[in-house]
Design a protein around this ligand. Structure first.
Ligand code: SF4
Length: 217
């Protein structure tokens, strides 16, 4: 994608979402890591509702590691996939204690050795928790990247990440990541994108935009 187009997109994001930020409530890196782990296939609002009491009850990494699995499951039961998430959170906490002195590491590869932590989660923790530039490609970022032409439809998540990193100035990675999530969550939704009010409709590659442009291509 040429620089002019990238600038158009980033300017539009700045106009629409100047204050875009992580919507998962957290007060430290451990809470962030747990919130991101809990957010898989679950809305941020549901996670925040749960963590409001969870973070009061579980104060440190040992609290998660030492909790009986059945108790942790009960405490997470309001969100989807809670059994699996409880298992991963407990195992993740134990590994933090065993291998990282109980601290969340600021290292991409180290983070991915933790149970339940994949590339996307590691990128969120690194960028949001430690403010180290990274672009986490979740379902919104992947969809927006493909619709706006940063990547091709067939591209893997990893390829999308690499293409975004090449196209977007590094100092904007963290901000743009949040703006793409907001754009995908509130405007360019998967099923009903608001093409009629989209400032990027002339750039977009999504077929659904055509009815607003009267195109026959
Ligand atoms: Fe999304 Fe529609 Fe805008 Fe394309 S034109 S980016 S599909 S809202």
């Amino acid at each position: 994608m040429n620089k002019e187009k990238v600038k158009r997109i980033l300017d539009a994001f700045d106009d629409m979402y100047p204050d875009a930020q992580c919507e998962l409530v957290h007060h430290n890196e451990l809470e962030l890591l747990i919130a991101v782990m809990l957010s898989a296939q679950t809305t941020d609002a549901s996670v925040n509702k749960l963590t409001q009491s969870l973070f009061q009850k579980y104060r440190c990494v040992e609290d998660y590691a030492n909790a009986p699995l059945s108790q942790l499951e009960a405490d997470l039961r309001t969100i989807g996939l809670y059994r699996n998430k409880a298992k991963n959170v407990k195992a993740m906490a134990q590994k933090l204690i065993d291998d990282f002195d109980g601290q969340v590491p600021c290292d991409h590869d180290a983070l991915q050795t933790l149970p339940g932590v994949g590339r996307k989660t590691a990128n969120v923790v690194i960028s949001e928790g430690f403010k180290v530039p990274a672009i986490a490609v979740d379902t919104h970022v992947e969809r927006i990247s493909k619709r706006l032409g940063f990547a091709f439809k067939k591209d893997s998540v990893l390829t999308v990440e690499t293409k975004l990193q090449k196209a977007i100035p590094k100092e904007r990675w963290i901000k743009t990541h949040h703006q793409m999530i907001f754009f995908g969550r509130y405007h360019c939704k998967a099923m009903n994108p608001d093409c009629g009010h989209c400032p990027l409709i002339d750039i977009c590659k999504e077929p659904k935009r055509k009815k607003y442009l009267n195109l026959t291509e």
